[in-house]
Design a protein around this ligand. Structure first.
Ligand SMILES: [Fe+2]
Length: 368
């Protein structure tokens, strides 16, 4: 033995309280401070504002993004012409291989904004700083090519249209009135705004009153709690393929669609549209519930989903435009947007009556 063993060290009293507290997560920051503690790739993102937007409008559209040559110049010009500034130009520097993008935002209507985007857009599927959270799901490619138009509902059409024309330089593309629409039960007035090249199309609706049933635009304004985007039309090159794929998934968490048009509608369709579609295509339209219309430039095939959120408000439209002028452009070697004639075939004015009947049928099931 080499002496007495050293006494054991004194047992330390366990201060359970402080240690236990230290293991607890820090208190949640208030909504007022939370937005300063998390970074986001989007400079305009504000968690508190996003939460308030969702509480007020439900699932709804906040921004319509348009690719432009210079988002900073677009912002400056719009604001100089009276646009409400929302997000001053901000540069999003990407990681290697992503490129840099500039975004800016001006007021559209209600709480929705027009977002200008320029720079290395399209080099990657996302804006710089965003990444896919996983591989694409089993849904695959539905054939949707791009946003064709985005429609807004507002209480008063003229002030909104005047604001947008002044602020953006867009021009009036076409106009519908209550007389055009043809139902006595769902009144609206509508105007379509278009960019210079008519690749950006922004129809705007207002409700009309004095009808037996409440205007579906008014129903939207109540459900959405104010002006906002009513629908986004997604353009496909093969609507039969796109809609068939979507309908196959309706029962598996996919989109529901508006009630189908009547058998009489499909019986009368070939006489109304003519030889632009084959007999098989007319049959496919009836099978899939696709509506068809035409104007002096081309033919429009369209189908509307049921409202996609928690309210009878925003929905999607799937469209295909059959346009002889576009076929000529493609034959000349043009591709993409350069081979498109904006709004060719119209927006389905000839189907408004049928569409509104189906919206009314749908709304009757909701008691709104
Ligand atoms: Fe539409």
């Amino acid at each position: 033995m080499r002496g007495r063993p050293a006494p054991p060290p004194p047992r330390r009293r366990r201060h359970r309280g402080p240690r236990a507290r230290a293991r607890e997560p820090p208190p949640s920051p208030s909504p007022h401070t939370r937005r300063h503690e998390h970074s986001t790739p989007h400079p305009g993102y504000d968690a508190r504002a996003a939460h308030e937007f969702a509480m007020e409008h439900g699932i709804a559209v906040r921004a319509i993004a348009v690719e432009v040559a210079d988002a900073a110049e677009a912002f400056a010009e719009c604001v100089r012409h009276g646009a409400r500034p929302v997000l001053p130009p901000a540069r999003l520097a990407g990681a290697e291989g992503e490129g840099a993008v500039t975004v800016s935002e001006v007021g559209l209507y209600g709480d929705a904004v027009l977002r200008w985007v320029s720079g290395d857009v399209g080099r990657t599927p996302f804006l710089p700083g965003y990444a896919a959270v996983g591989p694409p799901g089993p849904a695959g490619d539905f054939g949707v090519e791009r946003l064709d138009h985005a429609v807004g509902n507002v209480p008063e059409l003229v002030p909104v249209v005047e604001y947008l024309m002044r602020a953006t330089g867009f021009h009036e593309f076409a106009e519908f009135t209550a007389e055009d629409v043809g139902t006595v039960d769902s009144g609206l007035n509508s105007m379509v705004l278009a960019s210079d090249n008519e690749q950006v199309l922004l129809p705007v609706n207002e409700p009309t009153f004095g009808t037996r049933r409440k205007s579906q635009i008014q129903t939207y304004l109540e459900q959405h709690q104010g002006p906002g985007v009513q629908h986004m039309a997604l353009r496909t090159g093969d609507i039969f393929r796109t809609v068939r794929a979507m309908r196959e998934r309706t029962g598996r968490g996919g989109f529901d669609f508006m009630p189908r048009a009547s058998a009489a509608y499909y019986r009368d369709l070939p006489a109304r549209i003519g030889g632009a579609l084959t007999a098989d295509e007319y049959r496919a339209c009836e099978e899939l519930g696709i509506l068809v219309d035409r104007d002096d430039q081309g033919v429009l095939l369209q189908l509307f989903t049921a409202p996609i959120g928690d309210r009878s408000a925003v929905f999607l439209e799937i469209i295909q435009r059959l346009c002889p002028a576009e076929e000529r452009l493609r034959a000349e070697g043009r591709t993409g947007a350069d081979a498109e004639v904006g709004g060719c075939g119209g927006f389905g004015k000839g189907n408004f009556s049928e569409l509104f009947k189906s919206i009314e049928d749908y709304e009757r099931t909701l008691d709104v």
